[in-house]
Design a protein around this ligand. Structure first.
Ligand code: C5P
Length: 301
């Protein structure tokens, strides 16, 4: 690349393109540390080539040191960073995601199947848009994006406490969390014995995090999600009014091909004046489209 050799497909493409170019070097540690290599890397950097990595550690040849190809997830993230659009620059966004767990005794809890995928995709899209993002998350199996503040919680009460603190100086609040509707009136200090034939639990309603935040902080642009199995539009409109939201994103959970635990979703964007269908697409793309609509709606563009 430094010498402009076009004797390989890669070399030829590099010379012929005017696109942004990123390089993820991978080589033996001594090769990477050689002044010839370092000078070449310097030259590429001066020409505007973006160098990702290399990582440091055990190498395929048995050596240890710098020269490992950077982790694929990190490569993707760094490449995505090159396309930051700045639509939410200067905005603080708080996003709730995943399920909550409501303890019954020291070993058991009530929860739900939320995967957290939608909330995590929105977090990544908001970071891409240049926002300062705080993700308040219940326990999920997805790794959180880097470059945001992550607060891991377990119960709805914990999520509410964290949200109250974080939303105070925020501009946008997005609630994707599947908050458990009920919690045990009292959590047993000892493990509940399984000797009884039947067990009756007394549950009480959890606080509604979204409406608590919407009424506590009037300045916030508040976005809720509504998973409905019938009369999707009507129930979502009602929720928009009752919870005092700016927008509600409604999806039909009676459909097997979208939503919960799926990588795809189809939703309706419902605000006080209109309803717009965002047809089925993968959650990453949907999240980017929703963040763009949120940026426009709250006047960030
Ligand atoms: O009333 P419903 O649970 O359908 O409302 C869904 C919306 O409200 C979602 O945005 C969800 O994150 C939020 N919610 C909440 N706290 C609750 C229940 C729901 O923030 N206790």
């Amino acid at each position: 690349m430094v010498h402009g050799k076009a004797d390989s497909l890669l070399g030829a493409v590099y010379l012929a393109t005017s696109a942004l170019t990123s390089v993820a070097p991978a080589m033996n540690q001594a090769m990477w540390c050689h002044p010839a290599t370092l000078d070449n890397i310097d030259t590429l950097v001066q020409r505007g080539v973006d160098i990702i990595g290399p990582g440091d550690g055990i190498q395929a040849c048995g050596d240890t040191g710098p020269g490992r190809m950077e982790q694929p997830e990190l490569l993707i993230e760094q490449l995505a960073n090159r396309f930051t659009n700045g639509k939410l620059q200067g905005k603080k966004i708080v996003i709730t995601a995943g399920p909550t767990r409501e303890p019954l005794d020291p070993v058991r809890y009530i929860s739900n199947h939320s995967s957290g995928k939608m909330g995590y995709a929105l977090t990544a899209a908001a970071i891409e848009a240049g926002a300062d993002v705080t993700l308040i998350t219940g326990p999920v199996n997805v790794a959180p994006p880097s470059r945001c503040k992550v607060i891991s919680i377990s119960s709805a009460e914990d999520m509410l406490d964290a949200a109250m603190v974080e939303a105070k100086d925020a501009h946008i609040f997005i609630a994707t969390a599947a908050v458990a509707d009920y919690k045990a009136v009292s959590v047993e200090a000892q493990k509940i014995k399984s000797t009884q034939k039947t067990l009756t639990l007394t549950l009480e309603k959890n606080p509604d995090i979204l409406s608590s935040i919407a009424s506590a902080y009037q300045q916030l642009f508040v976005v809720g999600f509504a998973a409905e199995s019938k009369d999707v539009q009507a129930y979502a409109q009602d929720k928009l009014r009752r919870k005092n939201l700016d927008v509600i994103i409604a999806n039909d959970i009676s459909r097997q091909d979208i939503g919960f635990n799926s990588d795809e979703n189809e939703v309706s964007w419902i605000d006080k004046n209109s309803s717009t269908l965002l047809s089925k697409r993968n959650k990453t793309q949907l999240a980017r489209d929703l963040i763009e609509k949120i940026a426009t709606a709250c006047g960030s563009e």
